[in-house]
Design a protein around this ligand. Sequence first.
Ligand SMILES: *[C@@H]1O[C@H](CO)[C@@H](O)[C@H](O)[C@H]1NC(C)=O
Ligand SMILES: *[C@@H]1O[C@H](CO)[C@@H](O)[C@H](O)[C@H]1NC(C)=O
Length: 420
Amino acid sequence: MTEPLTPRHCSSPALLLACLFLVFFTPTMVASLGINYGQIANNLPSPENVVPLVKSIGASRIKLYDADPHVLKAFANTGVEFIVSLGNEYLAKMKDPSKAQSWVKTNVQAYLPATKITCIAVGNEVLTFNDTSLTDNLLPAMQSVHTALVNLKLDKQVSVTTAHSLAILETSYPPSAGAFRRDLVKCVTQIVDFHCKTGSPFLINAYPYFAYKGNPKQVSLDFVLFQPNSGIVDPESNLHYDNMLFAQIDAVHSALSSIGYKNVCVQISETGWPSKGDADEAGATPENARKYNCNLMKLIGQKKGTPMRPNSDLNIYVFALFNENLKPGPSSERNYGLFKPDGSQAYPLGVPAINAVSTNSSFGGSGSDTGTTPSASLPPASSSSGYLAITSDSGRRLSRCNSLLLYLVAFISLALHLQC
Ligand SMILES: *[C@@H]1O[C@H](CO)[C@@H](O)[C@H](O)[C@H]1NC(C)=O
Ligand SMILES: *[C@@H]1O[C@H](CO)[C@@H](O)[C@H](O)[C@H]1NC(C)=O
């Protein structure tokens, strides 16, 4: 499909536009917080009761691991943007264009426009399962889902992508040396080519926590938690890094550049820190989780880019909204939530708590008997905690790589012979 190592530039209007956008619109750009809404649990509040929780942390984007109808209905007319997902078990099926089309009709089209579904993630961390048949099905599945969107005339408002584990990188340090696993280069190149052609973002799940847990004696806790520290200088680029997440993101930028793609929009589809873990899981404490997530949310609010992309909006989905009691694996896996299932904060988030409730009752009871409507307990936009003021209609709209506005600007700019 492509020559993996031949340098090339994305020429799709959407990507060109993403660049132009950065050049011309950075000052008005409003960052927004995304949150992963995982539901591997049997004790979570009903989606209606989750709406005020999401608003309380200033999140305007949600990533789901499925296309849960109850959630998509509950968030209708809230302005919250959604990435819905197709699990890995669907990939083989989705290669069939008619099945892809009926999935899109039922799970996406049916909720538009009231629920703002803007992206479909096809598969999660597929390439690092090392399962050839799964890997081989990934791009064809993405392509048929995209074709279905084109047929339904939804491709301008809904993009198609897949989320990767950071482990698709063979080298991630220093950031300038970032490179994909050699055995994955061909496949990743084809996927990135798809992103370029369709204007969709490249998603990566990045957890500095794993680096710390694997090597707590060597890795500086302050460096991974965004706390003040002297940081590191990349010897090749001379860029200074004071936190590991930015180093990881820039390693992805370098890896993409090394296969010839310099302008791909990279988003962090998952990052987070567990508030609890097993005895052998260093660093999994409420205090560290609080530092990681609160510092991260402040950074997002400050609209800071990474050293390699200083003017680029950080497009990040925190993992996760809730602790999920049925997740397998070590204890940390069940303790990534910002919230406990009863709606109370897992640790102080620096925002006023919404009336916590048990799973059985609802926020505001049946709507009015608490005297405090969910929105009434929202913190004011001018809150000093910084990241609460990061949402707005324009922010949500512009945060998409391929929004309509971007196309418009692209065409105008092209007419003016501007190059990215
Ligand atoms: C997949 O393969 C890579 C490289 O061959 C290896 O490092 C990694 O541990 C494997 N992952 C799994 C889940 O088997
Ligand atoms: C929820 O309600 C059910 C049945 O009404 C009850 O058995 C259960 O104990 C309640 N759980 C909580 C957490 O209140």
